[in-house]
Design a protein around this ligand. Structure first.
Ligand code: FAD
Ligand code: SF4
Ligand code: SF4
Length: 628
């Protein structure tokens, strides 16, 4: 057993912040050491969409990275891309992706393993399919659209995520034996009850949140007002959208930025004769004739030349990622921050512009979002098209026939927080449909959690529990100045070459990746203190370059159950000394251990088994057994 496993786990923020508990620090370190193949296996084990996440993950790991306390966080997402580019489904070195083997754990009846139905092939549905297939179930994936990937395909623009990459990663999941039924729409072609009656032992609902929110202002129903998610969906599937020359996007989040940058590319892709979203290939795959493709091309001629973005928030307050905002500006999109829409203006029954007001404040005294505006600050901006990108919500009408499934007052499917079970027996739900719009990796985590809950509810075998141990490590760090290396910028294509829908971001070179990875603070390496050997000499306190150690009388410690337990166990009184450590600032340099004259401090790495099997177990919220 590793004592206080949870305590030590919580000292690795990149790992605990990741909804699927990826050992990000572990794979970052492999990049620094040049062992990218092992790094890929670590990154892929808990994440069926590792290559996609290397491009577009909203990276909670990075936002919580401890290096950010010192200067800037490690570029964890970009380093994941480094690994998948070399060994993942898109690898450029000719390696084969790590093979996936189903775990023979499912309880089989006379007809073999139980069947599970998943409805919706976005990140939540795909991850659930992946894990259930690995556990040995027979899985069928029902999807309303003619493409797989959910918002990855229908929402995220191609200049951020290549369609070939989505197909490759989806194909790898399907290769586990998952049956795919495209253009099967729940509520139109079948009900959840039908699935249960037809022998599916469990159903996972993952329909996402694709209905755009409306704005309640005059003119919202005019011709020329379109919804942001609908626009992206049409753009990504190659359908015709006439935008006109001047487009105004309303919204300050990431989706609004995606909409604005896509609208701009509509015009640019006309100049290059390229259809957006890989649409030409897609349309040919589906058997559309050239006339249809020509019609879509014609739509490009109607693309926008001037795109402006109106947001309630000031520029620093915008919820969109700052890098995305900067790139949008570089590409020529004009921001109109700190303004709220008052009315959509009309001419001949069509959109002619937008009247806005200056925002006075966004939140009321109780901190609730409740914008107020400066009286008399009206301003008019001309536009041919107005695109609303002010949020999404699930569409639960397709569940109307399945009355047993409870819908919350917020319009989400009600689920048990631990198992994601709905109020209908055998039916589970996750992703944006259960929690509202979130991010890809959270949807994936839901899919994995539901797979495990389904497995347990069907009386499946035990998923192997986590194995962990401490291993003493070599002190490496004196003199290599890893704490001084600045964050390496992620390479992007120059603005002048951002034509059509080509990817804007590039991967790191080997050298850039190695430098960036070597900035990692090794949060899984702990300073382990042996109180029996410590002579309270203060040597460690004096040498620590970060001043994160202090030697204090035990009487100065705030009393707590944990401290009392330690005092009792060691049988020390209030006159004893204690070493207090600020874990957040420790850079794991090991100088304290090196200086200690009695060997009372050792640097030890917490190592957790990273196989796909234990990755399933690690995600188990009730994880309580840690074997050495
Ligand atoms: C424009 C945009 C950009 C985004 N960018 C990012 C990003 O960069 N990083 C990030 O982490 N997150 C991003 N997100 C959020 C992320 O895409 C979602 O949180 C995630 O896709 C949700 O996954 P999901 O599986 O719950 O639903 P979805 O991905 O929405 O998938 C739901 C699937 O269900 C299908 N479906 C719907 N109704 C039915 C029905 N009746 N019958 C059968 N199938 C049905 C849909 O066609 C779809 O394929 C973005 C979202 C949008 C809209
Ligand atoms: S410094 Fe390294 S181990 Fe620590 S949180 Fe950042 S990436 Fe993870
Ligand atoms: S490893 Fe020891 S000396 Fe180095 S920063 Fe951490 S506590 Fe200080």
């Amino acid at each position: 057993m590793v004592p206080d496993f949870r305590y030590f786990l919580n000292l690795i923020p990149c790992r605990t912040a990741c909804p699927v508990r990826t050992n990000a620090g572990g794979y970052v370190r492999t990049v620094a050491e040049g062992d990218t193949e092992r790094g890929y296996r670590i990154a892929r084990a808990p994440n069926p969409l590792a290559s996609i996440c290397g491009r577009i993950c909203a990276h909670p790991c990075e936002s919580n990275c401890r290096r950010g306390v010192i200067d800037q966080p490690i570029s964890i997402r970009a380093l994941k891309r480094t690994l998948t580019e070399r060994h993942g489904v898109e690898n450029t070195l000719g390696d084969q992706p790590a093979p996936l083997k189903p775990l023979p754990l499912a309880v089989g009846g006379p007809q073999g393993a139980p069947r599970a139905a998943i409805v919706g092939a976005g990140p939540a549905g795909l991850s659930c399919a992946h894990d259930l297939a690995l556990l040995g179930y027979r899985v069928t994936l029902f999807e309303a659209a003619p493409v797989v990937g959910g918002m990855l395909y229908q929402g995220v623009p191609e200049y951020r995520l290549s369609r070939d990459l989505i197909r490759a990663e989806v194909d790898q999941i399907l290769s586990l034996g998952v049956e795919l039924k495209l253009e099967w729409r729940l509520g139109r072609d079948f009900t959840v009850g039908d699935l249960r009656r037809n022998g599916y032992a469990a159903v996972f609902l993952a329909l996402g949140a694709s209905r755009g929110r409306d704005l309640d202002i005059p003119g919202k129903d005019l011709d020329g007002v379109i919804n942001g998610v609908d626009f992206l969906l049409n753009a990504n599937l190659g359908y015709r959208v006439a935008l006109g020359e001047r487009v105004l996007v309303i919204g300050g989040g990431n989706v609004a930025i995606d909409v604005a940058r896509t609208a701009l590319r509509y015009a640019a892709s006309h100049d290059s004769g390229q259809l957006p979203g890989g649409a030409e290939q897609l349309l040919q795959t589906w058997g559309y004739d050239n006339a249809f493709i020509d019609a879509a091309r014609t739509a490009l001629r109607l693309g926008a030349r001037h795109v402006q973005l109106v947001s309630l928030e000031s520029r620093p307050q915008m919820p969109a990622h700052p890098d995305e905002v900067r790139e949008a500006e570089e590409e020529g999109i004009t921001l109109l921050p700190g303004r709220g829409p008052k009315a959509i203006l009309a001419k001949n029954g069509r959109v002619a512009g937008l009247e806005t007001l200056e925002v006075e404040s966004l939140f009321d005294a109780s901190g609730r979002f409740n914008p107020t505006f400066v009286r008399g600050s009206e301003q008019r901006t001309e536009a041919d098209t107005i695109i609303l990108a002010v949020g999404q919500q699930p569409d639960t009408e397709c569940l109307a026939a399945d009355r047993e499934i409870e819908i919350t007052p917020r319009g989400l499917v009600a689920v048990d927080a631990r198992t994601l079970a709905t109020t209908m027996p055998g039916v589970y739900c996750g992703g944006d449909l259960a929690f509202g719009p979130r991010i890809v990796i959270e949807a994936e985590a839901d899919g994995k959690r539901a797979a495990l809950a389904i497995h347990e509810s069907l009386g499946g075998g035990t998923v192997p529990r986590v194995r962990a141990r401490f291993r003493p490590v070599e002190l490496r760090r004196a003199g290599d100045r890893y704490d001084r290396i600045p964050r390496q910028p992620i390479p992007t294509v120059p603005v002048a070459r951002r034509t059509g829908f080509r990817e804007v971001e590039d991967g790191y070179s080997d050298e850039q990746a190695r430098l960036e990875a070597s900035r990692c603070l090794w949060c899984n390496v702990e300073t382990i203190f042996d109180s029996e050997r410590c002579i309270l000499c203060s040597g460690c306190v004096e040498i620590c370059p970060e001043a994160c150690l202090a030697l204090v009388p035990a009487s100065r410690l705030h009393s707590s159950a944990a401290i009392d337990a330690v005092s009792d166990a060691l049988d020390v009184g209030a006159e004893a000394g204690a070493i207090v450590k600020d874990e957040a600032r420790c850079i794991r340099c090991g100088l304290c251990a090196e200086r200690c004259p009695t060997g009372a401090i050792t640097m030890e790495a917490l190592e957790i088994d990273e196989s796909p099997q234990t990755a399933l177990g690690l995600y188990h919220e009730d994880m309580n057994e840690v074997r050495p």
